[in-house]
Design a protein around this ligand. Structure first.
Ligand code: HEM
Length: 120
C-alpha cells in the first residue's frame, strides 16, 4: 500500500511537470514567432510567423495553471487573441501603422501578465 501511494504521488508529480512544460514549450514558440514577426518587414513573412504564433497560443491557452492564477491567465490569453485578431485585420488592410501599434500592444500584454503571474 505504501509503495502504491508513493507510485501514485510520483505519477501525479510527473504529470504536473509535463503539463507545465507544455505551457513552457508553447510560450517559447510564441516568443520565437513574436521576435520573428518583429524582425519581418514583408507582409507574407509576418503572416507565416503570425500563423505559428497563433498555433502555439491555442496550445498555451488550453494548459491549466495554478488554480489561483487561472482566471487571470484566461483573461490575458483572451486579450492576446483579441489583439492578434486586430493585428490580422490591420495587416489585411495593409495598415502598417495600426499593425505596429498592435504589435506593441501584444508586447505590453506579455509584460503585464508575465509580471502579474510572476514569470521571470
Ligand atoms: C506576446 C505575448 C507573449 C510572448 C511572446 C510570451 C513568451 C513567453 C516565453 C518566451 C516564456 C518562457 C519564459 C521566459 O523566457 O520569459 C513565457 C512563459 C510564460 N508565459 Fe508568456 N508570453 C506572452 C504572453 C503571455 C500572456 C498574455 C500570459 C498570461 C495570460 C503568459 C503566461 C506565461 C506563463 C504562465 C509562463 C510560464 C510558463 C512556464 O515556463 O512554465 N504569457 N512566455
Amino acid at each position: 500500500m505504501k509503495y502504491l501511494l508513493t507510485a501514485i504521488a510520483i505519477a501525479a508529480a510527473l504529470s504536473a511537470c509535463s503539463r507545465s512544460s507544455e505551457l513552457h514549450e508553447s510560450m517559447e514558440t510564441m516568443g520565437g514567432s513574436f521576435k520573428a514577426m518583429r524582425n519581418a518587414n514583408q507582409g507574407s513573412d509576418i503572416q507565416t510567423h503570425l500563423a505559428e504564433f497563433k498555433a502555439a497560443l491555442s496550445i498555451a491557452k488550453a494548459q491549466p495553471v495554478r488554480a489561483e492564477d487561472q482566471a487571470e491567465f484566461d483573461e490575458g490569453m483572451q486579450k492576446l487573441e483579441t489583439e492578434l485578431a486586430a493585428l490580422e485585420s490591420a495587416l489585411a488592410e495593409g495598415d502598417a501603422e495600426a499593425a505596429a501599434q498592435h504589435m506593441k500592444a501584444l508586447g505590453g500584454l506579455r509584460k503585464e501578465y508575465h509580471d502579474a503571474l510572476g514569470v521571470k
